[in-house]
Design a binder for this molecule. Structure first.
Ligand code: HEC
Ligand code: HEC
Length: 281
């Protein structure tokens, strides 16, 4: 496992980095399902890290506890809102999601394989893109804002019915070129601080950066309820925040760049359990 301090990171952020191991703890949901928060890294990461870990292992005791019980997890309120949306008819066809897909439980197994290549459309789709495709082309309804409340409530619902299932995005075949573009972005240093995602989340996870315990930047827990802004945060909103922290120009949520980056980052978590909605700082 690579675990050296990046000189660039230390000097440009002029912060003292203290190493702190992720906790040795087991995430059991509602005293029922044991989630995989730590497992062998997928083959494509062989040169980078041996083990992949959920961000849950890097959070404090209380934050971790909140995610272990649905009654304590503030993200579950938004799952309920997602369920209401699921059953609401909208658009020119007078249909709801449920009209075609039945119970939201029928979506179990979908979250873990997204982003996914869609044959008919000839594109890699995030879950958000697929939801909006159904809204526009199947319901005759307006698309939701990519990182807006309705969309994130819906992705929270879609994640929640897959909790415990392993992330398993395809990176070969027609998805490969998108995956490679995402990988390129992950390792490209940007901004005044000249930092790449990898500078923090591959070379320095486990270290403290200011008051924050750096994780591997996994997305198996998305959307995440953050105690910091007391709302659900989507994957692309988080990417945006992290890029901004390097003082670089950021990409737009839903952009080709963030779609590719999402596929790549998701693939770094292949094997971890879906946890969304998770609880983070
Ligand atoms: C009129 C029927 C219809 C309605 C209404 C509808 N969908 Fe779909 N949906 C489909 C069809 C058909 C597919 C498969 C099409 C494809 O693969 O492009 C699909 C695919 C999906 C998938 C991907 C499933 C997978 O296995 O990859 C998701 C997620 C989804 N819909 C979510 C929703 C949500 C959320 C809503 C409500 C906002 C909704 N759909 C409304 C017909 C519908
Ligand atoms: C300057 C260091 C730094 C850089 C560079 C950085 N991040 Fe982060 N990132 C953080 C910190 C700090 C957190 C909050 C603590 C944690 O979960 O690691 C975080 C959190 C995250 C999370 C949330 C993890 C979870 O479990 O909820 C994701 C996802 C993420 N980053 C992705 C990225 C991506 C993708 C890039 C590159 C575009 C990136 N980060 C670049 C510092 C950084």
């Amino acid at each position: 496992m690579k675990k050296f301090m990046s000189a660039v990171l230390v000097s440009t952020l002029s912060t003292t980095m203290v190493m702190a191991d992720p906790v040795d703890d087991t995430l059991i949901l509602n005293e029922e399902i044991t989630l995989v928060t730590r497992t062998a890294a997928p083959a494509h990461m062989a040169d980078a890290v041996d083990e992949i870990m959920s961000g849950w292992l890097f959070r404090g005791t209380e934050t971790r506890a909140m995610q272990m019980d649905d009654f304590d997890n503030p993200g579950m309120i938004f799952v309920e809102k997602g369920e209401d949306l699921w059953n609401t008819a909208e658009g020119s066809e007078g249909k709801s999601c449920a009209s075609c897909h039945n119970d939201s439980d029928s979506m179990a197994g979908v979250r873990p394989v997204y982003p996914k290549y869609n044959e008919a459309a000839g594109e890699v789709r995030t879950l958000e893109m697929q939801v909006n495709d159904c809204r526009e082309n199947r319901m005759g309804a307006e698309p939701w804002k990519y990182t807006g409340g309705d969309m994130t409530n819906m992705t929270a619902l879609l994640a929640s019915v897959s909790r415990g299932l392993p992330v398993n995005v395809a990176i070969d075949g027609p998805a490969q070129s998108t995956w490679e573009a995402g990988k390129e972005l992950y390792y490209t240093r940007t901004g005044q601080l000249e930092l790449a995602c990898a500078s923090c989340h591959e070379d320095n996870y486990g270290n403290m950066i200011r008051a924050d315990h750096l994780s591997q930047g996994q997305i198996n827990g998305f959307p995440t309820y953050r105690l910091k802004n007391t709302k659900l945060n989507s994957v692309h909103a988080r990417f945006k925040g992290c890029v901004r922290d390097t003082r670089a120009e950021t990409f737009k949520p839903g952009s080709d760049e963030f779609i590719a980056l999402e596929l790549y980052v998701a693939s770094r978590g292949n094997g971890l359990s879906v946890e969304g909605p998770s609880v983070r700082n």
